[in-house]
Design a protein around this ligand. Sequence first.
Ligand code: PFF
Length: 466
Amino acid sequence: MAGNRTSIHGQWSSRWAFILAATGSAVGLGNIWRFPYLVGENGGGIFVMVYLVCVLLVGVPILMAEIMLGRRGRQSPINTMKALAADENRGQGWQIIGWTGMLTGFLILSFYSVIAGWTLAYVVRTASGVFVGTGAAQVATTFNELVSDPERLLAWHTIFMMMVIIVVSRGVKGGLEQAVRYLMPALFVLLLVMVGYAMSTEKFVEGMRYLFVPDVDLIRQKIENGQFFGDVFLNALGQAFFSLSLGMGAIMVYGAYLPGSSSIPGTSIVIAMADTGVALLAGIAIFPVVFTYGMEPSSGPGLIFVTLTVAFAQMPGGAFFGTLFFCLLLFAAWTSAISILEPAVAWLVEYKNMTRVKAGALAGFAAWLLGIGTVLSFSHWSFSFPFAGQVKTDGLFDVFDTLASNILLPLGGLLIAIFAAWVMSTKSSAEELGLSKTAYRAWQIAARFIAPAGVILIFLNAIGIV
Ligand code: PFF
C-alpha cells in the first residue's frame, strides 16, 4: 500500500512504463562513455570488481529508498522531502536533499549535454563515411580536432540542450515512454553486435582478462601508495551513483509518478540489472578493440569515441552500424538528460506555478550556460589539478564531474539512506516497500548501516583520515 498523496504532474501509465523511464534515466552516457574510461583509468578488473560491490551494497538499497521517498511524497524532491519530514514531525532541514540534488543536476547536465553533443557530431561523421578504412591514429586526430574546437562543441551542445528542453516541456508521458520502449532494446542489440565484433578481434581474451581479472600486483601497489580506497573506491562509488541516477532526486521524482500498486523492490532490481548489464557489455565491446589496435586504456573521456570509431572503420557495414550506434547512444543520453532536468522543472511548476514549457526553458538555459565551462575545458580553459591521488586534466569539466559525481551524489545518497532508514517510521517504509519481513530487514540493514558506512568510510579515506 502506498501513501495517499497524488501527483499534480501526472503518473506513469503502468509499472512497466516506470521501469522503462527509470532505465532510460539510468542507461546513458554513464554506462557507455563514462564506465569504460573509468575502468581504463583505474586499473581494469579491480575497478570493475569494486564497482559491482558498490552497486549491490550501496546502489540498490539507495535506489529502493529513493523511489520509496518519491512515491510517498509525490512532488519535486524539495517538496517531497519537506512533506515527508513534516509527516515524521521533523524540521524543514531535510529539504536540503532536494536543494543539493537540484544543484548537482545543473552541474551534471552542463557537461552531460556537451558530451551528448560529441555523440551528435559522431552520428553525422559516421554517416558521412569519412572513417571507413581509417586507422587508430587518424581517428584519434579527428577526435582531438573536434574537442579542441569550442565553437563546434557549443553548437552541438546547444542543439542537444534544445532537444532536452522540448521533451521535458511536453510532460512526463508525452513521447518519453514510447521512445524508451523501442530504443533501449535496440541499443542493447547493437551493443551485442559490437560485442560480436570484439569477439572477432585478435585480443578478445586479453580484453576480457583486463576487464574481469583483477591485477593482484596492481592492487598491492595501490594499497601501498594509499590509493586503493581513495581513488579506486571513490571513483567506483561515484560511478555507481552516476550510472544508477542516484543521489540527486532524479529517480525520486520519477518515483513520484509511480502508481501506488507497483512493487518497488522488484522494479529496483530490474533497473539495476539492466544498467549494470549495459555497462559491462560496453566494456566487453571496447577493451578487446583497445588492445588489438594498440590504444591506451587510460586515455580518458575520448576512449569510446576513438575505440568504437576504429571498430566501425574496420568492420564490414561499419558506416551503417556506426551511425545506428551513435544514434542510439544519443537517445540513451537524451532519456537520461531529461531525468536530470525533471527535479528542477517539477519544483518550478510547484513553487512558481510556471508552465512546464517556461520551467523547462529556464532550467535548461541555466544548465546550458554552465556547460560553456565544459565546452572550453578541452581547449582555452584547460588546466589540471590533483584530486584523491589522481591528476585531473580537463579543466572545469573535471571540476564539475568530480564535484558532482564523487562528492555531491554520494552525499545526497547518504542523506537519502539516513532519512529513509532512520528518520522515516518503520511503519511507513514497510508499508511503502511491501516486502516480506526478512527482505525488509535486509533492506533496513543495508540502508541503515552498510550504505552509509560505505559512503562515510570512502569519504574519510579520500581526505586521508582513515
Ligand atoms: N544515469 C545516467 C547515465 O548513466 O548516463 C546519468 C544520470 C542521470 C546521472 C540522472 C544522474 C541523474 F540524476
